[in-house]
Design a protein around this ligand. Structure first.
Ligand code: EZ4
Ligand code: CO
Length: 402
């Protein structure tokens, strides 16, 4: 089998998505998610101008060699843009492999370790009352695990907390907006919030919280310690994580589990975090972490250190990534949890999916490959619209120093 065509489809059904479609001489095609929120056009350009020309003519079954060709064969390796492109290529090739062998992706990577994948949803509110209502609403829907984010008194806009019941979307149309951040107000507020949330949710619901890299290690250690009595499932991205040994400080002070890495893109970003057992969950998703080929290695290494998967799954990752993640998580032994925010209804006009939510988990059928299709005609109705993630400044106007 030979790759004869590859194209990038950029569309905006409610938000931007970038999809790579690779076609073979046997008429089989595969899809890969190439969406990098706020940087969609850079990945498109890298794929179109640099990757696709060298992809043509290759045998799509050689996923291992092709992965190394686009990772190690490239002089300027790593980085979010390149790795998202590598991920999309890899995902599309595994989709083709599954279709060619007439079997779902999970069968190619170890078969089923479980029938369904535990997911967590999002509860958000502008203040404590609204947040508590949102937590109750998510429990009503059947979720067994909920990430809780709230507006903070004294901070005008909190990242990721939607205003006026709009869909969750941290990216804003046009140039990046600037938001003001105040760590001391945040640190004083969050433990009190979670005391109330735990009271409303009871002991049987998993609670999660995302710090979005806004603390230093010592601040994060304080937060993790004060949240300990509320038994969080995890505290996410308490620090940026580039300074891997900074995590030692958090570990020294608290038993709150830590999830890191939705902005990471290779196994090397995790080296000390794994070997020193400084985290509990890997956030790096298939779409940014080198696809199935690389994430199998990341997950295998993590398992040696008692670390589980906890993949990023916000709505800016496309249904192709979500479906592939369900297959992956059904298969690997050290699955932890999968983030799940349902896409807006309009997204279904473009992407045809085969997964469903049931009783706190996601299930997928046994369609060969990843199981998602794209309606290219429908995609044309939704042209790319520029949107960017916000920039944060401290109250005194300076940028963060971490
Ligand atoms: O900031 O998806 O855990 N989820 C998150 C998300 C991310 C966005 C970035 O594109 O942190 O809200
Ligand atoms: Co996050």
């Amino acid at each position: 089998m030979k790759i004869i065509d590859a194209k990038v489809i950029v569309c905006c059904p409610g938000r931007n998505f970038v999809t790579l479609k690779i076609t073979t001489d046997q008429g089989i095609y595969g899809l890969g998610d190439a969406t990098l929120n706020g940087m969609e056009k850079t990945v498109e350009a890298y794929l179109v101008n640099y990757c696709i020309p060298s992809l043509l003519g290759k045998d799509p079954m050689n996923t291992e060699d092709i992965w190394h060709y686009f990772y190690r064969g490239v002089y300027w390796r790593r980085g979010a843009v390149s790795m998202t492109a590598v991920s999309a290529i890899d995902m599309a090739l595994w989709d083709i492999k599954g279709k060619a062998l007439n079997t779902p992706l999970y069968n190619l990577i170890g078969g089923k370790s479980r029938e369904k994948v535990l997911v967590y949803s999002h509860a958000n509110g502008r203040d404590i009352d609204e947040t508590l209502q949102s937590v109750s609403a998510e429990i009503e829907k059947g979720f067994k695990a909920i990430r809780v984010q709230s507006g903070i008194p004294g901070i005008e806009n909190t990242y990721g907390v939607p205003l006026n019941n709009k869909p969750y979307e941290p990216a804003h149309k046009g140039l990046p907006v600037e938001e003001i951040w105040d760590t001391s107000k945040y640190l004083n507020f969050v433990p009190a919030l979670f005391e109330k949330v735990r009271h409303v949710a009871g002991e049987n619901i998993h609670l999660l919280h995302d710090v979005h890299h806004r603390c230093t290690p010592v601040e994060a250690a304080r937060l993790a310690k004060e949240l300990e009595p509320m038994h969080l499932f995890w505290l996410e991205d308490p620090v940026a994580g580039e300074l891997q040994e900074g995590l030692r400080l958090i570990r020294k002070h608290s038993t709150t589990p830590i999830a890191i890495g939705e902005v990471f893109n290779t196994i090397y970003d995790y080296s000390s975090l794994f070997t020193e057992q400084l985290i509990d969950y890997v956030r790096m998703p298939l779409v940014h972490g080198g696809g199935i080929t690389h994430m199998l290695k990341v997950t295998a290494m993590a398992s040696v250190y008692h670390i589980c998967t906890g993949f990023h799954g916000a709505t800016d990752l496309s249904p192709v990534n979500l479906a592939a993640s369900i297959h992956f998580n059904m298969s690997v032994n050290n699955f932890g949890i999968q983030e799940y925010m349902p896409h807006q209804e309009i997204v279904n006009e473009v992407f045809k999916t085969n997964y469903r939510f049931e009783d706190g988990s996601l299930l997928i059928d046994d369609t060969p490959g990843i199981g998602v299709d794209i309606d290219e005609i429908a995609a044309l109705k939704f042209p790319y619209t520029m949107a960017r993630l916000p920039v944060n400044r401290k109250r005194d106007g300076t940028m963060f120093n971490w």
